[in-house]
Design a protein around this ligand. Structure first.
Ligand code: FAD
Length: 406
């Protein structure tokens, strides 16, 4: 079989570029295609990223890709009570300029030898003797043709159309997504903290975020449960994320007089990851595999991490051929590491969405920064005991977080 490349990566986002950097850096002939005219543009993201995960990869984000350094978070209850959460090493990070960040990640792959083609869309899979053998692409919207490789990586993000064609269940149920709206705004004074506002009236089954940027700008966004958007059969109208965000802004002392520089809507996966990530000659990575944190909808770090993991497995599988079996180590390792953390966050999301505003006010009055550290590390027992001691009626809901609970 003739091959044009060793591997074709569909998508030049954080997952695809991270995969390409490692694969090309280890001698593989890598092609990355992206349907966008410019890598990273348009931005559809809050642009928040924790520092820990990136530093663990041994790469240093250049200053030009960082809009603001973040020292921690301010978490705000429905009644306005604030918890400031600042834990060195745990809550430090950045609000990025993603159009620079994504391009920089892609450039790292190019410097290692990967070829990147923009405005190039994957239309379909190429099969030979029933096996995946490449991708049908169209560059600049024309001249559809086949390119061949023994391995295809779907790093397509939320759409994941080619992964669906390969047989993966990439369809999203409304319950498993957050519907989002975001403005970039100016003028906003900040304290290098991200701000997260909770409450069923503010953002049902979600939150409003203010992620500060340089030059007194801020990403001000909302994510709400996708299942709440259509209303219900009893005539309760659906929730509109843009309307809710506009109400929030109108009532916010600083934002009500701020201007908008950009606005967009989007959808992010907050459900369970795909059951499987690999088939013969095919792998799914990043948000295409629904590898997103179900609590906050963050997917950049997970996408970068799994891109590296998948590439490491591919390098080992190279001599054996890209069978499902030889690629399986990626799926297995992910499920045993990041997958365990994501599963706990999903459990937590399903518990948190049952709280009334009064419960949330009570919990915010009861827990401390240390409790937040424990919760985010997946150690629920102590914070649960503390909350249940004062509000025993929450035991039924919270017991799902305890060993053997449900
Ligand atoms: C409103 C909103 C706010 C968010 N805020 C944050 C945040 O603050 N922090 C955070 O960590 N995460 C956030 N996320 C999630 C984050 O943006 C994604 O999880 C992350 O970009 C995933 O990276 P990826 O490489 O897997 O996919 P993507 O970054 O989506 O990249 C996929 C690429 O594939 C390309 N592509 C798709 N189909 C094809 C095709 N057929 N042919 C060629 N190219 C194709 C696309 O053009 C795209 O460039 C947010 C998401 C939304 C919607």
């Amino acid at each position: 079989m003739k091959h044009d490349y060793d591997v074709i990566v569909i998508g030049g986002g954080p997952a695809g570029s991270s995969f390409a950097r490692i694969a090309a850096g280890n001698g593989m002939d890598v092609l990355v295609i992206d349907k966008r005219k410019e890598i990273g543009v348009p931005v559809r993201c809050g642009e928040g990223l924790g520092a820990r995960e990136v530093l663990a990869q041994g790469i240093e984000v250049p200053k030009r890709a960082i809009s603001t350094d973040i020292h921690g978070a301010k978490v705000i209850a429905p009644n306005g009570k604030e918890i400031v959460w600042k834990e060195k090493g745990l809550t430090t990070g950045w609000v990025l300029e993603r159009k620079i960040f994504d391009k920089w990640l892609c450039e790292l792959a190019i410097e290692k030898g990967a070829e990147v083609r923009t405005y190039t869309r994957a239309l379909d899979l190429v099969k030979e003797n029933g096996k995946i053998a490449g991708v049908k692409i169209a560059q600049w919207g024309k001249d559809a043709h086949d390119i061949h490789a023994p391995l295809v990586i779907s790093a397509e993000g939320m759409e994941a159309r080619i992964a669906k064609k390969a047989g993966f269940d990439t369809v999203h149920r409304l319950y498993d997504v957050d519907t989002c709206y975001q403005y970039e705004m100016k003028t906003y004074d900040h304290e290098n903290l991200i701000e997260l506002y909770f409450g069923n009236k503010i953002a049902p089954r979600g939150y409003v975020w203010i992620f500060p940027k340089s030059d007194k700008r801020a990403n001000v966004g909302i994510g709400i449960g996708g299942n709440l958007v259509n209303g219900d059969k009893n005539g309760i109208p659906g929730a509109d994320p843009k309307k809710l965000l506009d109400e929030f802004i109108a009532n916010h002392p600083q934002l009500k007089d701020a201007s908008t520089l950009d606005d967009f809507g989007g959808v992010i996966s907050v459900g369970a990851p795909l059951d499987e990530f690999v088939k013969d000659n095919f792998m799914v990575i990043g948000t295409a595999a629904k590898q997103v944190d179900p609590i906050h909808g963050g997917g950049i770090a997970l996408a970068m991490e799994c891109g590296v993991l998948a590439a490491d497995v591919v390098l080992k599988a190279k001599s054996k051929g890209y069978t499902k079996q030889s690629l399986m180590e990626y799926e297995k390792t992910w499920k045993e590491t990041a997958g365990k953390k994501v599963a706990k966050r999903l459990l937590l999301r399903k518990v948190v969405e049952k709280f009334s505003d009064d419960d949330l006010d009570y919990i915010f009055n009861t827990i401390t920064q240390n409790d937040l550290n424990e919760v985010m590390a997946g150690n629920f027992a102590k914070p649960v005991a503390k909350v249940v001691a004062g509000r025993p009626q929450l035991l039924k809901v919270l017991s799902a977080l305890l060993p053997g609970g449900r």
